[in-house]
Design a protein around this ligand. Structure first.
Ligand SMILES: Cc1cc2nc3c(=O)[nH]c(=O)nc-3n(C[C@H](O)[C@H](O)[C@H](O)COP(=O)(O)O)c2cc1C
Length: 187
């Protein structure tokens, strides 16, 4: 076994999602560099059943309106819901793009798309950004689907809310140790 070039165990152990971000965000070029690595996932038959949509600036406002419309909201409730995508400067919409296949069922294609999303989130975190994956019933409404231009066979897996890590004098609470012994069995 060759020596690992980077401390993957350390990066994964340190990853954490914080709800608050600053207004800094990675550039498109930075995203492309990380996405090229994140895309290196197990992918049955190499369908590449995923895509990512960048939402910055006014696009986030458009999403907010689409979410409110999808829920049929009006007035104050619509206005407060429409502000939710403004919680981070960059939202990355995660799309699974399934193709009909007897060999590779939908769930396998979803596993690949989710894998890319987890990898991308981890890489962004490891490079010092803050990432929080959010989803909700809004992802499946017609208005939100239309807003993202989803085609048949496509669904939203949610959005990575990406921004700068807040500078805080409060340390992150230590994580509870994961009880992985209970989750690893042997036959
Ligand atoms: C598919 C998916 C959807 C999620 N949706 C939400 C969400 O809508 N709102 C939320 O607060 N957290 C959501 N989470 C959880 C957060 O991304 C995050 O994991 C959680 O805040 C715990 O933080 P941690 O990842 O640092 O343990 C989602 C996670 C996944 C994988």
């Amino acid at each position: 076994m060759s020596e690992a070039p980077v401390d993957l165990v350390g990066a994964l152990s340190a990853r954490r999602a914080r709800s608050k971000t600053t207004e800094a965000a990675p550039s498109r070029d930075e995203l492309l560099r990380l996405l090229a690595a994140a895309a290196n996932v197990a992918d049955h038959s190499g369908y590449e059943p995923w895509r990512v949509i960048e939402l910055r600036s006014a696009a986030r406002e458009g999403l907010g309106l689409a979410i409110a419309e999808g829920f049929g909201l009006n007035g104050d409730k619509a206005a407060s819901t429409a502000r939710k995508p403004l919680r981070a400067p960059l939202l990355l919409a995660l799309v699974v793009s399934r193709r009909p296949s007897l060999k590779v069922p939908a769930w396998e294609q979803e596993a690949t798309a989710a894998g890319v999303a987890h990898n991308l989130g981890l890489l962004l975190d490891a490079e010092g950004w803050n990432v929080l994956w959010r989803t909700g019933l809004a992802t499946r409404t017609d208005a939100v689907r239309r807003f993202h231009g989803l085609a048949e066979g496509e669904d939203l897996l949610g959005w990575l809310y990406v921004g700068g890590r807040p500078v805080s004098d409060r340390e992150d609470k230590p994580r509870k140790p994961r009880r992985v012994e209970e989750r690893l069995s042997a036959l």
